[in-house]
Design a binder for this molecule. Sequence first.
Ligand code: CA
Length: 511
Amino acid sequence: MQKNIILYSASALALAGCARQQESKPNIIVILADDLGYGDVSAYGSTTIHTPNIDRLGNEGVKFTNGYATSATSTPSRYALMTGMYPWKNEQAKILPGDAPLIISEAQYTLPKMMRAAGYATGAVGKWHLGMGAGQVDWNRPVTPGAREIGFDYSCLIAATNDRVPTVYVENGQVVGLDPADPIQVSYEHNFEGEPTALTHPGLLRMQWSHGHNQSIVNGIPRIGYMKGGEKARWKDEDMADYFVGKVKGFLSENKDRPFFLYYGLHQPHVPRAPHERFVGATSMGPRGDAIAEADWCVGEMMACLDSLGLLENTLIVFTSDNGPVLNDGYRDGAVEMQGNHDPRGGLRGGKYSLFDAGTHVPFFVYWKGRIQPAVSDALVCQLDLFASLATLVGRPLDGKEACDSQDLLPALLGESTRGRDELIVEAQGKLAIRKGGWILLPPYGGPATNLTGNELGNMPDFTLYNVDADPAQTTDVASQHPDIVDALKSRFFTLTQGYYKAEVEEVELQ
Ligand code: CA
């Protein structure tokens, strides 16, 4: 009898402990926009665009004025978020074609694996761009390894970007809606006989290309890469936002009774910008502005769903962007001509592909209703740090060997401290720079000043130093006035980059 009482007490204690643990395990959502600039959300003061739903996350949460992606392009940036590792340490972490194999090792510890180990249901919806399969993928069979193998129980994804083939949704490793009688073939090297391309059949286009993007035509839009078959499975760009919002709502509803981790990769405002007709004309900026309005709607839908499920007060939401903005990224969609007074860089210099600050300095909000007090924080934080910080939050702190570039900045992310990183290495197409405090040091790089997008790349013949606290637009190189600071930052740069710096980096050809 005595033994039974003890057992009962022990299980009651265990139950109480379990309840406490659940309370300390908020749901976690990371929303990652695609090519959204620091100036592309009105929360940072822009009056030329209105993003009320996204703003809510910043204005009612912690709004970071020094929030960073690691990289100025998608794949490396997302790699860092998922692994807590600097992407330039993995030479595969470069902009991937749509048929690239998964670049994260199945053996590697990842953010979703950590969440899964903490008892979370894990899901990934939207843009992926980390590769799928083991190479030479047969899209007509289950594609593996993929999101599941790196820690996501559920996934519904586009393999790469919305401008690359295959233009199909992949749900839990299977192409959605595929007719076995119409198999998919994909190549990034050669066209398939008889298939029209933008070059051979320009009359089929309803969106024109400006550079690259002149291969297979899907939905009247020319793409990067060649694809044949899979007609019924091909997405309609205008429906993509609704499709993924539906998948997000499904995941939230199915997992409302247990802690969940959701990675929501918005496809906007990456090219091709083809928002649903509900958003056409929502702004005066043409498809790019309208795509941002659509992205804002997506966030609003997700928030309304959380609210209706009674989950808002138990859900931490991070909103950020994988890299900075670009206007002409390969299509003639009016983004340049119609931007008016809008500054997608938000006063910073550079943009997507650039080592200048706008390449990696992005919108960054952390929202948690009832838990986080609204604040504006100038702490230096990076998406790289979400891994270690969230690991602490959910009671799975890292051991120092895993995700070793990720820093635990949980107090800063919750707005309880203004202490962020001391320093950060940023990357743009294999080129590296350092930010330390309010200083940014760009090492010398060969190569052109700009690429086909018109964005400045940050290639300079000598070390240049900027005080971005005083000069956020990086108008003035102050290296000659501060040789001591240049020396100190050089020293830290070479220590942290461990021999990865090369002055001559082959310029990435835009497709
Ligand atoms: Ca991107």
